[in-house]
Design a protein around this ligand. Structure first.
Ligand code: TYD
Ligand code: MG
Length: 455
């Protein structure tokens, strides 16, 4: 039989404390802590989430005090941004990504920079020597705030937490952890679920933020049970093309902020560099005029940036022309080619078309359509688009340029980067043209845009 454990629960706000104190540290009420029997064993697993958060009695929502949640600065600006302003104490975050994309690097870099906090870095994948080698690459002066240990046992991990009392716990990776008494192999559904549940309980109890690193499977989703994603508060995905050095950090789930923010990094020999101004890195040939290149003003998450679209249209060498795109949906490319054939006399059947979004990014914003068709036409006619022109607009089936979201932000970004002209959809109403220091050309059809580009 399991040993009964007791905790002290605040009768005012429901906060649990392992020992009795006169004043509840969460709500500030005096003499409200009462000893109760803690739920342990099997039952605790199911109720680990609910015990902490269920208040003593239900209250009207307008009476709930919504003080701003305290945030822990991760010292990595892009990470703070994706988390919605920093880590929330007691939250569990899961960072997923392909092997070798830089998850361990990102987390270690953060740990080394957070010199004010004690960080416990539990690695089941690498020895402390290997971690040291990586740390040396990233940072020349190492402080004593980051403690590393190579460990795969859940029980021993929890002992380390108890001894070290870290202000942040990092587990690299959740798939290597193993709970005693659970028969299945590390990385299996049962192991992952059991280990996460145990860590979750400790995190909520001690108000300790935990960052779990997770593997992803062949399909690109996080390995392990879906319940893992449900259990944690934040799910982050680190992605990028291994051939390119740019990395994008996205929030897939965030209980404390929006999921529309992205963070951009560049992998250098000395670790990850934060990219504050994505437009600058994505514009490859700003000064050279070349055919087949168009600049789109796009929005990823809520951040606008300019991106270079490159196209190559050449006479097909074989009977069936090839269509290929990197970073852009091929079906959408085919649709745009059909529109071009109908509207601009582009001889579709005789041409190979290759499309590339510079920097290895994947763009899903439909507003880059106009830049895609312009780049293809530019390559086909071998006439360069002036480098001072940016484009934004979704292209419809009849060749109309459809309105886009957040047009002001797109225009401002182009203006900020020194573009002289931006072509925008005519149907984006309510634009104050005088407000901007950039020529705004409004087009309702792709023919109009082409006339302006290739005049
Ligand atoms: P890593 O963080 O080990 O990836 P993950 O934990 O996601 O599997 O990073 C792996 C790659 O990053 C590795 O191939 C080498 C590269 N790298 C750099 O280019 N520069 C660096 O400073 C570091 C530490 C790694
Ligand atoms: Mg790793």
């Amino acid at each position: 039989m399991a040993k009964t454990k007791t905790v002290f629960v605040c009768q005012n706000c429901g906060t649990e404390s392992p020992k009795w104190v006169g004043k509840c540290y969460a709500c500030g009420e005096w003499n409200t802590l009462v000893e109760e029997i803690a739920i342990t064993g099997k039952a605790a697993r199911g109720s680990a989430l609910s015990t902490k958060f269920s208040p003593a009695k239900p209250v009207a929502i307008k009476e709930v005090s919504a003080d701003k949640m305290p945030r822990i600065d991760t010292t990595v600006g892009e990470l703070n941004r994706v988390l919605g302003g920093g880590m929330v104490p007691g939250s569990i975050m899961l960072l997923g990504g392909e092997p070798g994309i830089g998850k361990s690097t990102l987390v270690l870099q953060m740990a080394l920079q957070m010199t004010q906090s004690t960080i416990l870095y539990i690695s089941g994948e690498e020895s402390p020597q290997q971690i040291k080698l990586r740390a040396d690459r990233i940072n020349k002066e190492l402080g004593d705030n980051c403690l590393v240990v190579s460990e795969t046992s859940l029980e021993r991990t929890l002992v380390h937490v108890k001894n070290v009392k870290p202000s942040l716990l990092v587990i690299d990776s959740i798939q290597t952890l193993e709970r005693e008494g659970v028969e299945s192999a590390p990385g299996s559904v049962t192991q992952i679920r059991e280990c996460t549940a145990a860590i979750l309980r400790v995190a909520k109890e001690k108000n300790l933020p935990v960052l779990l690193i997770g593997h992803i499977n062949k399909e690109g989703s996080l390995a392990g049970p879906k319940v893992l994603e449900h259990m944690v508060d934040v799910v982050l995905q680190f992605e990028g093309d291994r051939q390119y050095m740019y990395r994008i950090l996205r929030a897939i789930k965030n209980r404390f902020g929006s999921t529309s923010e992205i963070g951009i990094f560049e992998m250098l020999g000395t670790g990850l560099r934060e990219v504050d101004n994505p437009s600058e890195m994505l514009l490859a040939h700003q000064n050279e005029e070349m055919s087949g290149i168009a600049i789109a003003s796009t929005i990823e998450g809520i951040r606008p940036f300019l991106i270079e679209v490159q196209a190559l249209a050449s006479t097909a060498a074989y009977g069936t022309p090839q269509r290929s795109s990197t970073g852009f949906d091929t079906r959408r490319l085919n649709m745009l080619l059909a529109v071009l054939e109908k509207r601009a006399g582009f001889k579709l059947a005789a041409k190979d078309v290759f499309l590339n979004i510079a920097g290895g990014l994947r763009v899903s914003d439909p507003a880059i359509d106009l830049a895609v068709v312009s780049a293809i036409l530019s390559s086909n006619t071998d006439i360069a688009i002036p480098t001072s022109i940016a484009l934004t607009g979704e292209v419809g089936l009849s060749g109309e340029i459809r309105p886009v979201t957040r047009i002001e932000q797109r225009i401002t970004e182009a203006e900020k980067l020194g573009f002289k002209t931006i072509i925008v959809p005519k149907y984006n109403k309510g634009l104050d043209l005088k407000k901007y220091n950039i020529e705004i050309f409004q087009a309702s059809k792709i023919e109009e845009a082409f006339r302006r580009l290739f005049a």
